[in-house]
Ligand binder design. Structure first.
Ligand code: P6P
Length: 339
């Protein structure tokens, strides 16, 4: 890439805004704010491993600053960077039970999982921040929970920041998926993955520890993914245990991630608003699909902030195959859906 081809994420935001002549700049500025919060969190994530080495007690560091747990830090950063900007009337964090009021003038609501997979940080495994933006539905005053309980289909934007071997921000406003890699030497996210489209599948991702608890349909489906049956694909199994990292590999390398429901957790573990709908939005924008096993996750009308749903997400043909196995073995043809 020649130097004059370097495009920062801010330049990209402005380019996207130019496609909307009536835009006020609020949406663009909200995306800026998220990118800035991402840089602040990335700096802290990359230092986390040094907490013990640098004499940081984990409670109070040598500068007398409070060293917070990373997910608390990330949550605070997302809230502080967005609560007084006037862009959002409220926020919903996966770490908070209820919605967080912000500026009543805000036209948008921001939903986020500040640090998904944070239990992996102690093992230096990649983790991520997931975000989603809706236009508020209420007309004025303080935001209400209905502003957040909107189907993924209505999202204005969604994305994630992956804190891995490099820090990447991936987002979509409904006009394709774009990936930016942080150049820490200049502190800028630079366009590295324009208009991402997922390739033919190479991988499947699932935690096999729960196999005995899955339905017959899911067990048959995973067996098929492993090569059982005449039309079985030839895939490699990859599972990191950090949804953003697993999703990102399948987005770029092709594949399917799943977290099915089971006998102990019929609706699975992952949250619709904070994880499944935003990543489902991205998957569809990249030519993929996200399903509960019975229907498109983007069509679910949420009823509760922390609602959980089973999820099969990534390569469209592999997700549709999951629906077929479940339809054949689990539903007996009925379409009643617990979600
Ligand atoms: P399990 C991380 O805790 C998380 O919420 C997701 O990021 C990840 O995909 C999933 O849980 C892993 O769950 O049960 O396989 O350890």
């Amino acid at each position: 890439m020649r130097p004059n081809d370097l495009i920062t994420i801010e330049q990209h935001f402005l380019e996207m805004q130019r496609q909307y002549p009536q835009a006020t700049g609020d949406f663009t500025n909200l995306l800026y704010d998220i990118a800035l919060a991402a840089k602040v969190i990335a700096r802290e994530v990359n230092r986390a491993g040094l907490v013990d080495i640098l004499g940081l007690t984990g409670q109070e560091n040598v500068q007398g600053e409070q060293v917070q747990k990373l997910d608390v830090f990330a949550n605070e950063a997302m809230i502080r960077m967005n609560e007084f900007t006037g862009r959002v009337c409220g926020m919903a964090s996966e770490e908070e039970e209820d919605i967080i009021g912000a500026d009543d003038r805000g036209k948008y609501v921001l939903i986020f999982d500040p640090l998904d997979g944070s239990s992996n940080i102690d093992y230096d495994v990649s983790i991520g921040t997931i975000f989603a933006i809706h236009k508020r539905r209420s007309h004025s005053g303080a935001c209400v929970v209905e502003d957040f309980l909107q189907p993924g289909r209505a999202l204005e934007a969604a994305g994630y920041i992956l804190y891995g071997s490099s820090t990447m921000m991936v987002y979509s406003t409904g006009r394709g998926v774009y990936g930016f890699t942080l150049d820490p030497s200049v502190g800028e996210f630079l366009l590295s993955h324009p208009n991402i489209r997922s390739p033919l599948p190479q991988y499947y991702s699932v935690n096999h520890a729960y196999l005995s608890r899955w339905s017959r349909g899911v067990q048959e489906y995973v067996g098929w993914l492993q090569g059982e049956g005449k039309d079985a694909p030839k895939l490699s199994e990859r599972y990191i245990g950090s949804m953003v990292a697993d999703f990102h590999r399948n987005l770029l390398g092709g594949g399917v991630f799943m977290y099915p429901g089971d006998t102990e957790r019929p609706l699975g573990k992952l949250r619709l608003l904070y994880e499944v709908a935003p990543l489902g939005f991205l998957a569809e924008q990249a030519g993929g699909y996200a399903s509960t096993g019975l229907r498109n996750v983007l069509d679910i009308q949420p009823t509760y902030l922390h609602q959980r749903v089973p999820v099969f997400i990534g390569d469209r043909s592999l997700v549709i195959k999951a629906e077929q196995f479940i339809q054949q073995h689990d539903t007996g043809g009925s379409d009643d859906d617990p979600c």
